[in-house]
Design a protein around this ligand. Structure first.
Ligand SMILES: Nc1ncnc2c1ncn2[C@@H]1O[C@H](COP(=O)(O)OP(=O)(O)O)[C@@H](O)[C@H]1O
Ligand SMILES: [Mg+2]
Ligand SMILES: [Zn+2]
Length: 506
């Protein structure tokens, strides 16, 4: 059988495409040619496979070897084709029967010792194989639980090339047959019960969660900005099945899934450090592009602590995803697109000296302060509905014995408010108040003149810009959803206007 075929899957972004691999062995001077748009990492497969075969007690065929990857137009990246390439060679050499390969996709990287190593992106790859009508997928044993999240396809996990050869030859050997991955209850995250006082900050967090609003927290060091931000994802509604599969697929390609309990069920939380590279935040890298923090935070929270300290390039790079909910990574041979619909939380000290006493012990000039906060650009902050100033917690409050409300209780109100918003916004095809475009706020969701008097006065006095009015309105709708009102009244508008930085006309 000098010609054999296997199937594998190539990823472009989260999209998997079936890749056919043909191996042809012919007489002549031994050599090796690979055609069909392989990148460097795929070309290097030859050396990995040669070593893996030899270390699995197989021999490298002393023939003219031609490998063809198709479709030729699809760029092939990464080391995930190793297993399919090796098995195609073995089938062409007659070591494994071609009949054992029908309807099967092979995914896996080979170690030089013949071990099968785990891959990034197994979940979207197995999904693609299943959707293409294949009935069986062979994956690295370490990716078994993840692969088993895909229904209606048989999953076989292998730990070594030798085991795989034995399995395909119908011999007794060690393979792992897929079982449905067990869903473990998530570990409890940080809880709002731990936060003393900060009624305003807690309220802002609840409103952010209920309306999907981005949130900007400003306040002196030690006020509890970081503590609050860390507790946002814990009061967001659980992901539904489709969302969970999508988020899990992103985390799979990012290579951050825990192998034993791979299903991401809770909205993720990402807090990249301000020294992180643009690629680690936005995504990139060689081979299969790695989703960055903004994509790992998809359908969850992206927290930029000490936001003015981030490189301006990173802050600018957030604008496109904030607009479109996805990020496009431009690379040689094409682009990769990953979802990036995150809820943004920014935190900033009022000035760079970070004096814990806030205003009293600050040594910064007013120019320094303005420059510092000015690093957060207008276009970025325009997308952030909630701009809240936190005051330091009083000693009294910290030493008091009051018991704060727990995250589970807040989460219930958030869930109810989300349901109300989703029902009302269904006519616009939207689910969250944060997504209502300005024109819709002023037309379909227009409020009575009499309700708007306070807002109009603020507009006249220059305390509010036109964009600021939109933000106030969105937040007011969320406040109404939280109280169960049909639409915002004056008190919701007043509270929404209060949820802006003091002295900040926007
Ligand atoms: N409201 C609060 N309730 C309880 N502890 C607080 C509160 N605010 C601050 N702390 C304490 O101070 C520490 C620093 O808080 P942090 O959230 O990092 O403040 P910030 O981010 O505003 O500088 C926390 O680890 C916590 O121990
Ligand atoms: Mg902090
Ligand atoms: Zn200062």
């Amino acid at each position: 059988m000098p010609l054999a075929r296997t199937s594998s899957v190539g990823l472009v972004g989260l999209q998997g495409h079936l890749v056919e691999i043909e191996a042809d062995l012919s007489k002549g001077i031994p050599n090796f040619t690979m055609i069909g748009l392989p990148d460097t990492s795929v070309r290097e497969a030859r050396d990995r496979i040669r070593a893996a075969l030899v270390n699995s007690e197989q021999s490298w065929p002393r023939r003219r070897i031609t490998i063809n990857l198709s479709p030729a137009t699809l760029p092939k990246r990464g080391s995930g084709f190793d297993l399919a390439l090796a098995v195609a060679l073995l089938a062409a050499a007659g070591v494994v029967p071609a009949s054992a390969l029908g309807d099967t996709a092979l995914l896996g990287e080979l170690g030089l010792d013949g071990s099968v190593r785990p891959l990034r992106g197994v979940l979207p790859s197995v999904l693609a194989a299943q959707r293409a009508g294949l009935h069986r997928v062979i994956v690295p044993a370490d990716n078994l639980a993840e692969a088993c999240l895909v229904p209606k396809v048989d999953v076989v996990g292998v730990a070594s090339l030798a085991d795989l050869v034995g399995y395909l030859r119908g011999e007794q050997c060690r393979v792992f047959i897929g079982a449905v991955a067990e869903e473990r209850p998530p570990l409890p995250g940080p809880d709002l019960r731990d936060i003393v006082g900060q009624a305003q900050g807690r309220r802002a967090l609840e409103v952010a969660a209920a309306g999907g609003h981005h949130l900007y927290l400003q306040g002196p060091p030690g006020a509890g900005k970081t503590m609050l931000a860390e507790r946002l994802s814990g009061i967001l509604p659980r992901l539904d099945d489709d969302e969970a599969l999508e988020v899990t697929a992103i985390h799979s390609v990012a290579g951050v899934l825990p192998p034993d309990s791979p299903f991401v069920r809770r909205p993720p939380y990402e807090s990249p450090h301000h020294t992180s590279s643009t690629a680690s935040i936005v995504g990139g890298g060689s081979g299969i592009a790695r989703p960055g923090a903004i994509s790992r935070a998809h359908r969850g929270v992206l927290f930029l602590d000490e936001a003015p300290e981030f490189a301006s390039g990173v802050l600018d790079a957030l604008r496109q995803p904030l607009e479109s909910g996805q990020v496009t990574l431009h690379r040689s041979g094409g682009q990769a697109r990953y979802p990036a619909a995150f809820q943004l939380v920014l935190a900033a000290n009022p000035c760079p000296c970070a004096s814990p006493g806030g205003d009293q012990s600050c040594v910064c000039t007013s120019l320094t302060r303005r420059r510092y906060l000015g690093r957060l650009s207008g276009p970025l902050l325009d997308r952030v509905d909630l701009h809240v100033t936190l005051l330091p917690v009083t000693r009294q409050a910290l030493l008091g014995d009051g018991v704060a409300e727990a995250s589970v209780d807040v989460a219930q109100r958030v869930l109810a408010a989300r349901a109300a918003a989703a029902e009302r916004l269904a006519v616009d095809g939207l689910r969250r108040n944060a997504d209502i475009p300005g024109p819709a706020l002023r037309r379909r969701w227009r409020l009575a003149r009499s309700t708007m008097t306070g807002v109009e006065a603020a507009l006249d006095r220059g305390l509010l810009s036109a964009r600021g009015v939109d933000r106030v309105l969105r937040v007011a709708w969320t406040l109404a959803d939280l109280t169960g009102a049909a639409s915002p009244g004056r008190s919701e508008l007043d509270e929404a206007m209060g949820m802006r930085l003091r002295g900040y006309a926007a």
